[in-house]
Design a binder for this molecule. Structure first.
Ligand code: ATR
Length: 277
């Protein structure tokens, strides 16, 4: 009997991951026979654990915090979006035995914004708060949507300026500190700082969000994040968290592995309903 194709998510911590559940629903929905598990893997264990997973016949891996940069280094070759983001969340075994690295996070974000919430990015003013790994992963897919301008604001100013410079020539992009946000206005504000999870927010000037503008926190939790609440207080048309992005990045990984695109809406609704009880 042929054994099931094996997939997994590696991360640390991994206890609360929703990925196995999401991928099992996708597999059932599309009639794909596969197994998807979660494994606690630290930075120190990463190299040996990934090598062993593929040596034992594994077909594909998701890598989450803090392993995305290591996965980027591990991949034999990478998609352009992964190359630019310097982080890989999806490893896929290829027919020739090599390992392809991709980053589906930015695609997940853009799909959630544009397809699920009908938020247009082209010709709009977009602000990203934060200049770490989460911010880096979403820049190229956002620039592909041709915004009027993309500004990265960060507590450590030179990280924002340096990050923006890396994408020079790929669109209108610049970096600054939070102080420079006074008297500026944006149609979409994305929170890519890690502050929101601990209930913290950078001090943001009032009037930063244009009338009819939207807010999106890349993080998500059972409760609304500090930034989602900031969006409500600042009259955002939509103030969303990253649950939809999570499901959409998983769908794109599933497509890379299986060549079939799962439907995401019902999965997003299911996960949403569970945290509202
Ligand atoms: P991630 O991979 O989640 O992006 P990271 O690479 O450590 O994590 O980056 C965290 C980001 O959140 C950084 O932009 C960080 O700002 P600094 O570069 O100045 O450190 C930002 N951040 C974390 N805590 C913050 C806070 N309390 N206020 C503002 N920004 C914060």
């Amino acid at each position: 009997m042929k054994s099931l194709d094996r997939y997994a998510v590696f991360g640390h911590p991994i206890k609360h991951t929703k990925s196995p559940r999401i991928h099992r629903i996708f597999a059932e929905q599309t009639g794909q026979d596969l197994e998807y598990t979660a494994q606690e893997v630290t930075v120190e264990q990463f190299q040996a654990a990934v090598a062993r997973f593929f040596a034992e016949g594994g077909k594909g891996l998701n890598c989450t915090l803090p392993l995305k940069e290591l996965a980027w280094a591990f991949a034999d070759h990478k998609t352009e979006r992964a190359q630019l983001s310097k982080a890989v969340n999806t490893l896929a075994l290829q027919a020739d035995g090599s390992i392809l690295g991709d980053n589906t996070d930015g695609h997940g974000l853009v799909t959630d914004l544009t397809s699920n919430h009908s938020i247009t990015l082209s010709d709009t003013r977009i602000l990203i708060l934060g200049a770490g790994g989460a911010a880096r992963g979403i820049i190229a897919p956002i620039l592909q949507q041709a915004p009027q301008a993309l500004l990265i604001a960060n507590r450590t100013i030179n990280k924002a300026v340096t990050l923006a410079a890396e994408f020079h020539g790929k669109g209108s992009i610049s970096g600054c500190g939070f102080e420079a946000l006074a008297n500026r206005q944006f149609d979409l504000i994305l929170n890519a700082t890690s502050a929101s999870l601990s209930g913290q927010l950078p001090l943001l000037p009032s009037g930063l969000l244009a009338a009819g503008g939207n807010c999106y926190d890349l993080a998500y939790g059972n409760e609304p994040t500090a930034f989602v609440r900031w969006g409500w207080q600042n009259h955002a048309k939509n103030s969303l968290d990253g649950l939809g992005m999570l499901v959409e990045q998983a769908a794109e990984a599933f497509f890379i592995w299986r060549g079939v695109r799962p439907k995401t809406q019902a999965v997003i609704e299911l996960l949403n309903s569970e945290r509202q009880v």
